[in-house]
Design a protein around this ligand. Structure first.
Ligand code: ADP
Ligand code: MG
Length: 404
């Protein structure tokens, strides 16, 4: 069992934030991210605001990418050393890996997840590919609860209606999604760029492209190995998920955008509910084991879901129903949330005071995700499984014959 690993990354002040006199209210101290509320006064008479001035959250990793001159500055390389190596070594061992970026629009999700030269798609890791490895990629977008293949240009209406289905053993998948064999790093980048360009042309205006849709770039990795001198295969999948801007999870935003807003909202809100429910379940599980397990982040415990529609269930109540199928995003990511993947979430935030409430909400959300427990397991190819079972059967029969 393994908890979802959660990282926070603070990007530099944008030009606009600098122009607006943005003050830095986020701080990173080791693996703790602190956020300061400038509106709260600590009044000397002791009757200060009931809210806290500084709230601290602990994570697995905190990255300060605000100013390259700072000694603690985390470049793409530093982030890669932690997360990239975890992703690639996990995939090489046969685990499915899911890495998703969560945060408000403009906070650095795409830069971290899909930027080129990017964090997880690096030349040295793909070129030259050993002949024992095969890599395929696919790239999809979820917009308005509909799935589109970003690497297959066809009739737009038709291409927006790919169906999600569920295989009894392999889990949810998108029917008809194109998979592209790649033999070198350049091809990965070309496909990534092609997909990003398709994502943009479909949007009504440029800002919509990444702020209102979720993009999932998947790398299927197969390695030929020898098992007991017989050829076998290790197959794994890396999902890089660039989520829609988290501000879309705010129901008030959707009032004017009945269809699109409500749908975008649906995937992110469902993700929030799934995360909250899983987090409550694992806390209930650990509180059964230990009375002292009510871990606190220096925050007020378990935050409600981003929609504000918290079920009201206390941390000690376990809910067996997890609403994965309520949205396309959570259905497709089912295995990555409380399932058999290793999952890493990168929460990206702006350091500026003008983004206080979005940053606070992102930190709460990320803090909640930390409690999810997955059960990663090494994938076994169906044929390999059959061969292994037959071999075991032969061994058993041989032993029976010898004893006969
Ligand atoms: P999002 O995908 O969350 O909407 P982007 O990844 O597009 O945000 O980032 C917004 C802007 O901030 C881009 O111009 C990007 O280059 C810049 N940026 C984001 N994160 C960083 C970072 N860690 N270091 C430097 N620039 C960054
Ligand atoms: Mg983006």
């Amino acid at each position: 069992m393994a908890n979802v690993r959660v990282a926070v990354r603070v990007r530099p002040l944008s030009k606009r934030e600098i122009k607006e006199g943005g003050r830095i209210i986020v701080e990173v101290d080791g693996n703790v991210a602190k956020i300061r509320n400038l509106k709260v006064d600590s009044r000397p008479d002791g009757f200060g605001d009931f809210r806290e001035k500084i709230v601290a959250f602990g994570f697995d990793y905190c990255y300060w990418s605000v100013n390259p001159e700072d000694p603690q500055y985390a470049s793409q390389d530093v982030v890669f050393q932690d997360l990239g190596t975890e992703v690639l070594s996990g995939a090489a061992k046969g685990y499915n890996i899911c890495l998703f970026a969560y945060g408000q629009t403009g906070s650095g999700k795409t830069y971290t997840m899909l930027g080129t030269p990017g964090l997880f798609i690096r030349e040295e890791d793909y070129a030259p590919l050993p002949s024992s490895c095969r890599i395929k990629v696919s790239f999809l977008e979820i917009y308005n609860e509909r799935v589109r293949d970003l690497l297959k240009q066809s009739d737009k209406k038709k291409s927006y209606s790919l169906r999600v289905r569920e295989h009894p053993e392999l889990g949810p998948y998108v029917q008809g999604l194109s998979q592209h064999v790649v033999t070198n790093y350049k091809q990965v980048i070309q496909l990534l760029e092609e997909g990003i360009a398709n994502r943009i042309t479909a949007a009504t205006h440029i800002h919509e492209a990444s702020s209102r849709s979720h993009a999932i770039f998947t790398i299927y990795y197969t390695q030929a190995v020898l098992e007991n001198n017989l050829p076998s295969e290790i197959a794994s999948k890396i999902n890089l998920v660039d989520l829609a801007g988290s501000e879309r999870a705010d129901p008030s935003y959707c009032k004017d955008r009945i269809t699109e807003g409500a749908n975008i909202n649906k995937s992110l809100v469902t993700l929030g509910i799934v995360i909250s429910t899983l987090a409550q379940n694992s806390q209930a599980f650990s509180s059964c084991q230990s009375l002292n397990s009510a871990a606190s982040d220096g925050d007020s415990g378990i935050p409600s879901s981003p929609s504000g529609t918290s079920s009201g269930a206390g941390p000690s109540r376990r809910q067996s129903y997890i609403p994965y199928r309520d949205s396309v995003l959570t259905w497709l990511l089912k295995d990555s949330l409380g399932g058999n993947s290793k999952t890493i979430m990168v929460a990206t935030v702006s350091p500026a005071h003008t983004s206080y409430s979005e940053t606070m909400s992102t930190l709460r959300y990320a803090s909640n995700a930390k409690h999810i427990i997955n059960k990663p397991r090494v994938n076994e190819d169906a044929n390999v499984k059959l061969i292994r079972e037959l071999r075991e059967e032969i061994r058993r029969l041989k032993a029976m014959l010898l004893n006969f």
